[in-house]
Design a protein around this ligand. Sequence first.
Ligand code: CP
Length: 310
Amino acid sequence: KRHLISAADLSRDDALLILDTADELAKISDRSIKKLPTLRGRTVVNLFFEDSTRTRISFEAAAKRLSADVINFSAKGSSVSKGESLKDTALTLEAMGADAVVIRHSASGAPHRLAGWVRGSVVNAGDGTHEHPTQALLDAFTMRRRLGPLDGRRVTIVGDVLHSRVARSNVLLLSTLGAEVTLVAPPTLLPVNVGSWPCEVSYDLDAMLPKSDVVMMLRVQRERMNAAFFPTEREYSRRYGLDRDRVARMHDDAIVMHPGPMNRGMEIAAEVADSPRSTIVEQVANGVTTRMAVLYLLLGGADLGGEIRQ
Ligand code: CP
């Protein structure tokens, strides 16, 4: 495959290959080998039209650890502010020799359009409310490391599903990997077509907690919603927030996830986010390894010199 636009692009074998490659890359970095020569001479462009901390930095770290040249582009401070289009921006970067373009954009579908304009690989780093496939891959990688194979595992995803590209990509990828996903959200924060998604829906978080191997909390994306349709913070936390009392209903080995950035005290209590059950910091570290695997496989990196097979 040349691009990674949607989690739906990945067959079970594709997804397992990425996760297994990330496992091997993690073993290499556990041996204190910080940099591999495999993408030397290749150029990765990070094209960010929307703010990001984790995704932007981890793609940069991933490309650098594979010895690629990295160009970071953020729309703020660029000629986009003078009205330059996505297409002209993309063609400019193409002329600079991009082998891969990692794009984040507020418009759902922007990575798909970009893939029609450039010769290199396109990786979706989050497009509007559509998808964030590498977040789903790093989440699956984190679950697999903590819990083993995902077949039959029960994952509950809670909160603002309507605006969450993370939720959509996770539902698609986790169902491909054999997990059973349930969404828990206020009815006003569910997409109208959720009935066609490969998952269940519940409105009762407390009933789902004892049955879950993973509880994944989503950020309430106030910037994407009309304030008139939003419950008060206190009301939201009471119904859908994960606090200490709710965590006590989970089984001993179950984990708590959040893609970040968090609204501490709203969808997740600070003491839960910082507890041993929480994988939030691991998710960030695993993001680098998983994105290394994606870039390595998409760009057909040179053999890792036996490292990856040891
Ligand atoms: N999880 C995630 O995509 O975070 P950023 O917006 O900081 O990249």
